[in-house]
Design a binder for this molecule. Sequence first.
Ligand SMILES: Cc1cc2nc3c(=O)[nH]c(=O)nc-3n(C[C@H](O)[C@H](O)[C@H](O)COP(=O)(O)O)c2cc1C
Length: 370
Amino acid sequence: MMSKLFSSIEIRGLKIKNRIFVSPMCQYSAEDNNGKPTDWHTVHLGSRAIGGAGLVMFEATAVTPEGRITPRDLGLWSDDQIDSYADIANFIQKHGAVPAIQLAHAGRKASHDVPWKGNTTLTSDDGGWNVVAPSSIAYDKNSLIPQELSIEEIHKITKSFADSAKRAINANLKVIELHFAHGYLVCEFLSPLSNRRSDIYGGSFENRIRFPIEIVDAVRNSIPDATPLFVRLSSTEYMDMGWTIEDSVLFARELKSHGVDLIDCSSGGNSPEQKVELYPGYQVDFSDQIRTGANIQTGAVGLITEPSQANGILENDQADVIFMGRELLRNPYWPLYAEHYLDKSVDSWQNQYLRATPDSSPSFWLETKK
Ligand SMILES: Cc1cc2nc3c(=O)[nH]c(=O)nc-3n(C[C@H](O)[C@H](O)[C@H](O)COP(=O)(O)O)c2cc1C
């Protein structure tokens, strides 16, 4: 019998061959400040499609230049960026995976150097820019103090999300994910700790979810009905008086009624004081609660690294799909091993690699690992 991990899933009529989704992961590899994917992305994302994942997602891609975490982030704020995505999306699709993209605005966490140069805050003197947020509260003492967005500016950013989504569709991306997590702009609006506004975008739960719901409506209206729309949430921010899992369940119900198909259940990232206990599958329970409480499809993510672990989460109805990050950075071919381990099948292998399947090749790594 085929494992659940390798069974196909249909989301809004789009068939995805298995339930292993490549989690969005910034590569900080655009060049010349132009936000365009490079050969790095072709090889990086292309390998994971060849490696057998069902869905391959482009990293957090900024909807405005100021919405980038670093100058080397990807962006889709201009029509001249579309072609550089299309070739990669076509390659992913040609090899049996669904090409997807995460659209993002970094808010007060924008304007930093790349991680391997220390992640330091960049000021306008060293290539940075002014950062924006719901309120003038910096992320931490080393971060820039953000400028509070006016209502007109909020509306402009909503439109930027919709315009970028339209560009993504023109680039043959088949699934759009909105990044509402990890302390970036939209997450900052959701949290009562970072959103201290007194207008219609702050205060009550209804007011704090207004901006994200407006983004969802604008994006839904700018993409085909048949395009699945995902939202990544920080299910909790692990802070007293902060955004909670109960808030996420209520919010997910709203998102569903506005045309969101799946919640990608992450957590944290909005406060340097958060205390997170890390262990295998540490965010799975959030997926379980949102899935049951909001009756919506969910993805589990976070320290899911073993085939039986990933399959068990699905078999236990705690999630509909598994997003995998770092394990797929270490091993883009993980799905090929997992398929053999769970199902003794080689359906995910590309023709060019068939001479290396377990049946054709005398030694096979997974069996020596186990
Ligand atoms: C290098 C790197 C870049 C990341 N960039 C993003 C991103 O662009 N958007 C996002 O939502 N999460 C991002 N994340 C978080 C991952 O998508 C994932 O949620 C996290 O790593 C936990 O899953 P894992 O234990 O399978 O790696 C990033 C993680 C890593 C390691």
